[in-house]
Design a protein. Sequence first.
Length: 148
Amino acid sequence: MERSVTTERTTGEDLAPMLRDAITRLNRRIRKERPVGDLTFSQLSALTSLQLAGALTPRELADVERVQPPTMTKIVGKLEERGLVARTPHPTDGRQVILAATEEGRAIYAQFERTRNEWLAQQLARLSPDERDVLVRAAEIMQQVARA
């Protein structure tokens, strides 16, 4: 059931659940768009985090992904087996390692991003120019909210 909120004097309290629901649904739909392959959502997410954040320790990656370190160890192990992630010694702590996406991992990530962007571009092409203009402004505002 879709709710309609009048834009005149809409409060943050009124808009928050509606916007959160729309973002959640769009995010879920975009996540479904991925290249055919055998990487799990968890593996793709970890690879994405390494691509966006750069090299991380396993603990940092587990924190970013909000999973326990043993879970991240399994995920990283699968990515390493596929040659998508490499370990290097930590520059200052001999007990630690640094994880980074390999060239092949970066290529898989790029393909993943292309697939999702192509799907979204097709959906946006169905909108009117005025609707796309509204989304440009909405995206700018959402970036501003995300930075807060």
